[in-house]
Design a protein around this ligand. Structure first.
Ligand code: FCB
Length: 459
């Protein structure tokens, strides 16, 4: 495959992972229980009954993993800190051994010239906080700010970028709305307070970080262009409604200081938003992390499914009773698909980035692609040409977006290693490096060698 076009000087190249997906060692050194530990052992929650108990055993094998990054030639690495390692019960003083682990990792990265991009929350909430309401409870946002201070006090002088939250949209919808992820709650639109409290956690964490860290402060949202199934007004309205949920609900408050119009969901007021919250949430950030995998196509709903169950939203919740979702997910045809079945549409990354710039204008901070990649049916020794084609296509689309004026500062492949893919367990392999989960043997795939060659050419 031809060399990629040249990216701007100083562009960051990295790989990304997340604590629960790779670390294992769930009982080591005083780590507390996370919502994912609790979720995985519930029958039927995760494919094949898989859990993150061992995962890639990165907690013990991290030197080998840092060596793999160094061999790849990346100059940045995005990882997350497991909150229950730092505060086993989600509150109180730091568990020093938990922080020691991340300090060793960060120092090893720096020794190899790899800039640490640290995500504070990639979905592994301490179970003790979930028992008190999790993100539906406002107090969790304050607990998050306290936890942030503990990590920042230890690592504030060494981390290049601090990402407060990863994909709060997925965490809210899958974790609290649909129950397909931990903590497995099925609140549908009653999960909206969780959205606000996640954002509030971000907002409270920003000044805590500003006082303690030298690096940049960011938030990562997953975004996706939303296509109407047909050009009909009904399908356009459905696309607009889904776009509001996926692309605006977590971007508008941060970038514009206000919530988008949620009337398509029957929501007129947000009683859980207090005076001053949006000012906190919209404090300037240094960059927006964007995770992108594929576009979405939606149609007008065929029939409104009634909304059931008790409401935590008071009157607003009551009004939601009987309101179905105003869109229906529709397959995208005519494109290759990944092992996950996700359509591969590189141009949609260009569409997404130019669309974000058109929507937010000067309110849009520089973007870093904090995740992009694909799962495939990998066996060691097998060539993952589909992954190479995916990455090549998306990097070319990204380059076009930069040429068209979108300020993008870096790109992180999801993922360095095959890992625990949430509800899919170990059945979806996203790594540049194959992991044999029986032996923990790591084997770089063809895509690893391809990426290394591309990075060499960029120097
Ligand atoms: C994203 C998650 C990441 C990984 C990829 C495939 O939504 O942030 O942890 O699971 O999807």
């Amino acid at each position: 495959m031809d060399a990629l076009p040249r990216f701007p000087a100083g562009f960051r190249w990295g790989t990304a992972t997340a604590s629960y997906q790779i670390e294992g060692a769930v009982h080591a050194d005083g780590r507390g229980t996370s919502i994912w530990d609790a979720f995985c052992v519930q029958p039927g929650r995760v494919k094949n009954g898989d859990t993150g108990e061992t995962a890639c055993d990165h907690y013990h094998r991290w030197p080998e993993d840092v060596a793999l990054m160094a061999g790849l030639g990346t100059d940045a690495y995005r990882f997350s800190v497991a909150w229950p390692r730092v505060q086993p019960d989600g509150r109180g003083p730091a568990n020093a051994k938990g922080l020691d682990f991340y300090e060793r990792l960060v120092d090893a990265l720096l020794e190899h010239g790899i800039a640490p991009f640290l995500t504070l929350y990639h979905w592994d909430l301490p179970q003790a906080l979930e028992d008190l309401g999790g993100w539906t409870a406002r107090d969790t946002a304050h607990r998050f700010a306290d936890y942030t201070a503990l990590v920042a006090d230890r690592l504030g002088d060494r981390v290049a970028a601090w990402i407060t939250l990863n994909e709060p949209f997925v965490h809210m919808t899958e974790g609290y709305g649909l129950g397909t992820h931990a903590p497995g709650r099925t609140m549908l639109l009653d999960a909206l307070p969780a959205a606000h409290h996640l954002l509030l956690g971000h907002g409270l964490a920003v000044p805590v970080l500003r006082e303690r860290v030298t690096g940049e402060v960011m938030l990562t949202n997953n975004c996706s262009p939303v296509w109407p199934a047909a050009g009909t007004p009904a399908d356009r309205a459905a696309a607009d409604a889904f776009d509001t949920l996926q692309n605006r609900l977590f971007n508008d408050p941060v970038l514009l200081g206000r919530y988008p119009d949620l009337s398509a969901y029957g929501v007129a007021e947000l009683p859980f938003v207090r005076d001053g919250d949006l000012a906190l949430i919209s404090a300037p950030i240094d960059g927006l992390g964007v995770n992108y995998y594929s576009p979405t196509r939606v149609a007008a709903p065929a029939g409104a499914a009634p909304h059931e169950g008790p409401s935590v939203m008071g009157e607003v919740g009551d009004r939601l009773q009987g309101v179905g979702l105003p869109f229906e997910d529709t397959p995208i045809e005519g494109y290759p698909v990944t092992a996950f079945g996700w359509p591969v549409v590189p141009d949609a990354l260009h569409e997404l980035l130019t669309g974000l710039r058109a929507r937010y204008g000067t309110a849009l901070p520089p973007i870093t692609i904090t995740e992009n990649g694909c799962s495939s049916h990998d066996e060691p020794g097998m060539s993952d040409d589909d992954r190479v084609a995916y990455l090549d296509g998306h990097l070319r689309a990204l380059h076009r977006a930069i040429t068209d004026g979108v300020d993008v500062r870096g790109y992180f492949v999801w993922s360095l290693l095959d890992n625990f893919e949430w509800a899919e367990g170990y059945s979806q392999r996203f790594g540049l490096v194959h992991v044999d989960f029986e032996t923990q043997r790591r084997t770089p795939k063809a895509s690893y060698h391809w990426f290394r060659t591309q990075l060499e050419a960029q120097r």
